[in-house]
Design a protein around this ligand. Structure first.
Ligand code: R5P
Length: 310
């Protein structure tokens, strides 16, 4: 087995390789003067089971191109099987035609990854589970829910918890955590009048006096979660904490979250933390490296991955 790291999240790739007691495969993934991506694998990988770790996070297009060109290099080097390990799958929110004459970019990205040479994909908390069907190769979509539930049980023991989905689209994800914690579920009726702007219409459920745990897949501008936290506090919630799988944190998101009524936000390291995230007083990272490493080991040994969902 070989683990190849592209550049979007080397610390995570290193942690996955370390958990598997493997060195990262020697490779150069660099830029020409005009910023074209150039990839060179410095080890023989003929006949190997190769895992390429790359989140297609900001800058999404550069990171996607690195992944595609690395897959092409591996395919042309006669790897036996290539798995694209994409902890954060960018473009996932463009999973349907949102209006007339608009693309389904998530499908295009799935086609590109397959065409570039991936035999399978390993990812985490896809924005919409049905994106798996955009691929005609196997996709293992891991969940952060077990990791989050364990952390919540440790940190919030004895508190009167209520799990909250910040929008209708996130209900299945939030309900999975509520079921693990044996708590109630509330739902926020969110509207998006236009891209990048979210408004809370209603809180569905009685959050008065409860310690609320908001659960989401992505924090981008932070608008959804900050507005949700404000609405919960206005409705009498005692405290609001947040668990999010992918910390995109665009623009002034970290500052916005720092100023919001949020006790603590927990994100995974599917996307490498910026300095602003690292020094933030109310954002904490939980690593998914052991989960990814275990999935990689099981894929390589052709054993079941489904027990990792428990
Ligand atoms: C939307 O459906 C997603 O699950 C997230 O709630 C959304 O992407 C968060 O974006 P923002 O932080 O910009 O409100």
């Amino acid at each position: 087995m070989k683990i190849v790291a592209c550049n979007s999240n080397r610390p995570l790739a290193e942690a996955v390789a370390a958990a598997l007691n493997l060195p990262l495969t020697q490779a150069s993934i660099r830029r020409f003067a005009d910023m074209e991506v150039f990839v060179e694998i410095h080890e023989n990988i003929r006949g190997e089971d190769v895992f390429v770790v790359q989140s297609t996070s900001y800058p999404a297009n550069d990171n996607l191109m690195e992944l595609l060109i690395t897959l092409d290099a591996l395919k042309r080097s006669s790897a036996r099987r290539i798995t694209a390990v994409v902890p954060y799958f960018g473009y996932a929110r463009q999973d349907r035609k949102s209006g007339p004459r608009t693309p389904i970019s998530a499908k295009l990205v799935a086609n590109l990854i397959t065409e570039a040479g991936a035999d399978r994909v390993l990812t985490l908390d896809l924005h919409a589970g049905q994106i798996q069907g955009f691929f005609d190769i196997p996709v293992d979509n891991l969940f952060a829910a077990p990791l989050f539930a364990r952390d919540i049980l440790e940190r919030y023991k004895g508190r009167d918890l209520m799990v909250v989905s910040p929008d209708v689209g996130g209900v299945v994800r939030a309900r999975a955590i509520a079921a693990r914690l044996h708590t109630d579920l509330a739902i926020i009726d969110k509207r998006r009048p236009r891209a990048g702007v979210s408004e809370v219409m209603n809180v569905i459920g009685d959050v008065d006096g409860r310690d609320c745990i908001l659960v989401d897949d992505i924090v981008d501008s932070g608008g959804t979660l900050c507005n949700a936290a404000d609405a919960l506090i206005k409705n009498g919630a005692k405290s609001v904490s947040v668990y999010v799988t992918h910390g995109v944190f665009s623009g002034g998101a970290v500052a916005r979250i720092g100023a919001a009524s949020i006790e603590q936000m927990v994100v995974t390291d599917s996307i490498q933390a910026t300095e602003a995230v690292r020094v933030s007083s109310n954002i904490r990272q939980l690593t998914i490296a052991p989960l990814l490493a275990e999935a990689v080991r099981r894929i390589s040994e052709e054993s079941s991955v489904s027990t990792l969902f428990n």
